[in-house]
Design a protein around this ligand. Structure first.
Ligand code: GTP
Length: 209
């Protein structure tokens, strides 16, 4: 059964990370919240969350991030937290084809809990340049998904290890949040923001530079 949303405060954004075990969700979480990277591998058990005050385009935001467990045996617990959030990063490992192939089933699980979730797909471990799965393989899996595009791309390459694009991913999500709020206030009635014109908006706005 789909659960009621918990209404967030003004400028409070709840973002949940999901995806297979080992793709780097905890590492992205730590990079964003504490700007650090710990190379060791301890699987998340249950769910962790933390907040960061974040200034972007002269506005203050409270970003609450949920890090979930990717292991199969914790899927029930992970799923039970999906309703806590409005926005999602669906993460795969750019060096692990299985983690890419798992994205559609993660989305099925998410959509059992949440109607029309807003989600951005992140390909993590972009620093491992010589081990990456091909662009064609990625596009084959992602082409029919209803995710938020980033400047015309179906996913964003990030690296929790060197920090590449981690803050940008959160800034893009804030843009999505602001567009949703403007729509709700009726400011965007004539030009309803679809996923494809969000990407135009993002490229015009030079998000995250
Ligand atoms: P679960 O908690 O089991 O769901 O895994 P997770 O998705 O949280 O993965 P985690 O952050 O624990 O990372 C798994 C492994 O990948 C660890 O050994 C990390 O050090 C490594 N890792 C994470 N991010 C990166 C990255 O950007 N680059 C590289 N090279 N390794 C990474």
């Amino acid at each position: 059964m789909k659960k009621e949303n918990i209404k967030p405060k003004k400028n409070e954004i709840k973002i949940l990370l999901l995806g297979d075990t080992g793709v780097g969700k905890t590492s992205i979480f730590k990079r964003y919240l504490e700007n650090k990277y710990e190379g060791n591998k301890t699987a998340t058990v249950g769910v962790d969350f933390s907040t960061r005050d974040f200034k972007y385009k002269n506005e203050n935001y409270i970003i609450q991030v949920f890090d979930t467990a990717g292991q199969e045996r914790f899927k029930g617990i992970t799923k039970s937290y999906f309703h806590m959030s409005e926005y999602y990063f669906v993460v795969f490992d750019l060096t692990n084809k299985n983690s890419l192939d798992a994205i559609p089933s993660w989305l099925e699980l998410l959509k059992e809990e949440k109607e029309n979730p807003k989600y951005i797909i992140l390909g993590n471990k972009d620093d491992l340049k010589n081990k990456q799965i091909s662009e064609d393989e990625i596009n084959n899996v992602l082409e029919n998904l209803d995710n938020i595009n980033i400047n015309g791309e179906k996913f964003l390459r990030v690296s929790a290890k060197n920090g590449n694009n981690i803050e940008n991913a959160f800034k893009y999500m804030i843009d999505v949040f602001n567009n949703d709020n403007n729509e709700n206030k009726g400011e965007n009635n004539n030009a309803k923001l679809t996923k494809s014109n969000l990407q135009k908006k993002n490229s015009n706005a030079k998000c995250c530079k």
